[in-house]
Write a protein that binds this ligand. Structure first.
Ligand SMILES: Cc1ncc(COP(=O)(O)O)c(C=O)c1O
Length: 457
């Protein structure tokens, strides 16, 4: 009698996982999850491992947070989802009001969507239409920073600078400007943290060269996630804000990874004075990662450019079925409540996280200097080419055996735990990574020269 196929075999046949080389499933079979709670994932083999990257950076409050679950259940008892065009409900309006308050500065109104890429695409579309409707139809170009990542739709890939994800679709990506020479820093303890003066003339020259064509400049404020967990001086944001205002260009802040407390404030842009964007996009931590939701927070100036009767052609006729999903909105209210008391301590606790990673770097000798901001710590593997490739992947896989679920970004290793992870959990996370690095370094030395697949995520 034929035996039942294993879950791994069924998954290989039926489930196409995100951002995964399909053959990697033979090398590193995905771990089976039975449950999760707080900072931990519960595996089918009985182990409990720390979610060291907050499930792609969204579980700001850990798994199954009781307040979020309660909000979800309570709302489900009333209604789950209702079309957002032609209807309104008090919780969705109050959430938009709260997000306008969180964003502060120029924020006036909110457009909701289901995921970060869509929220970004909404911001890009609004910027293009804003320019056309205010007498500048020739302003169609978007500038982004080197190593930028803004999502996976074609338009968001077009304004990203991550070749690994963008290259197969380059033919469809509209032309843009990638600003090089970003003022990268190690973090808030860097002496040049609040000063991008050295790099600014070079960036300004690149902007000046395309000033008349630009619709918007788009940035991930302070923290660039997928492009390598890089951190740059918040002073760049203040300078970009002033330059955009002087040249009729909108500033778009992609706060999907950096916002909702991850950088130690509600928004990454709030680490700099006078840096508020015209369009601010939130997602991930917005619902504590419990349900998909994105918010594009829009300035008064942009909102006003869309005022007009039905025959004016000035309407923003974007729609997504799940705009304003009531369950996600209810959970977002609970997430805002639960995040607020954590914010004041994030920068201090983040320094502790970085100190723990620095200790891993010191004891293993395998990592370069530690960088980060808020509750993020990252470091690059030293000389990744000197040993068989896929090293980051192998280290993260080895970390599972020591109690942590991690994913590398190429040869960058990073820790991005839930914002409410305990100090004991941070100790355990760093220890898991340290042991994994030591394990792999030992086996890599043994295998030196054997070769392997090209290095990537
Ligand atoms: C800065 C940034 N922008 C956009 C996105 C895309 O968001 P989503 O995966 O929800 O589409 C991400 C996701 O990691 C991100 O980090």
């Amino acid at each position: 009698m034929a035996s039942e196929p294993s879950l791994q075999d069924r998954a290989k046949a039926a489930f196409w996982p995100p951002c995964t080389h399909l053959t990697d499933r033979d090398l590193w079979p995905p771990v089976e999850i039975l449950g999760a709670g707080g900072s931990h994932l519960h595996l089918a083999d009985g182990r409990r491992v720390l979610d060291g990257i907050s499930s792609w950076w969204c579980k700001a409050l850990g798994h199954r947070h009781p307040d979020l679950l309660a909000a979800l259940t309570e709302q489900a008892g009333r209604f789950d989802h209702v079309i957002a065009a032609g209807t309104v409900n008090e919780p969705v309006v109050r959430l938009c009001e709260r997000l306008v308050a969180v964003a502060g500065g120029r924020a006036a109104t909110v457009f909701l969507a289901g995921d970060g890429s869509t929220g970004m695409e909404i911001a890009l579309k609004m910027a293009l239409q804003f320019q056309a409707q205010t007498g500048h139809p020739g302003r169609t170009r978007i500038a982004c920073l080197e190593n930028a990542y803004h999502g996976e739709t074609v338009a968001t890939l077009a304004v990203s600078d991550c070749a690994l994800y963008r290259a197969p679709f380059a033919a469809w990506c509209f032309p843009g400007t990638v600003l090089t020479g970003a003022p990268y820093r190690s973090g808030p303890t860097d002496p040049a943290w609040l000063d991008a003066g050295r790099e600014w003339p070079g960036i300004r020259a690149q902007l000046d060269a395309v000033a008349g064509e630009l619709a918007a400049v788009v940035v991930e404020p302070v923290l660039q996630g997928a492009g390598g967990m890089r951190v740059y001086s918040p002073d760049l944001l203040t300078r970009l804000r002033a330059w955009c205002d002087a040249h009729g260009v909108l500033l778009i802040a992609d706060e999907i990874a950096a916002g909702m407390g991850r950088c130690g404030a509600w928004l990454g842009s709030q680490l700099a004075p006078n840096a508020g964007a015209d369009l601010t996009v939130l997602s991930k931590g917005l619902t504590g990662g419990m349900l998909p939701l994105a918010a594009t927070v829009v300035s008064r100036r942009v909102q006003e450019a869309f005022a007009g009767t039905w025959d004016s052609g000035r309407s923003f006729l974007h729609s997504n079925t799940y705009c304003g999903h009531a369950l996600a909105v209810a959970v977002a209210h609970a997430a805002l409540d639960a995040l607020a008391p954590l914010l004041p301590d994030i920068q201090r606790r983040g320094e502790g996280l970085r100190a723990r990673l620095a200790e891993v770097a010191r004891t293993t000798g395998a990592l370069g200097p530690v960088r980060g901001v808020g509750f993020v710590a990252a470091a690059d593997l030293l000389a990744p080419d000197a040993i068989p490739s896929r090293l980051g992947q192998r280290i993260c896989r080895a970390a599972l055996a020591h109690g942590a679920f991690l994913r590398p970004l190429g040869s960058t290793l990073y820790l991005l735990p839930p914002l409410n992870a305990s100090d004991a959990e941070l100790d355990a996370l760093a220890e898991s990574l340290g042991r994994a690095v030591a394990d792999v370094a030992r086996s890599a030395e043994r295998q030196l020269g054997i070769g392997g697949a090209p290095s990537d995520d």
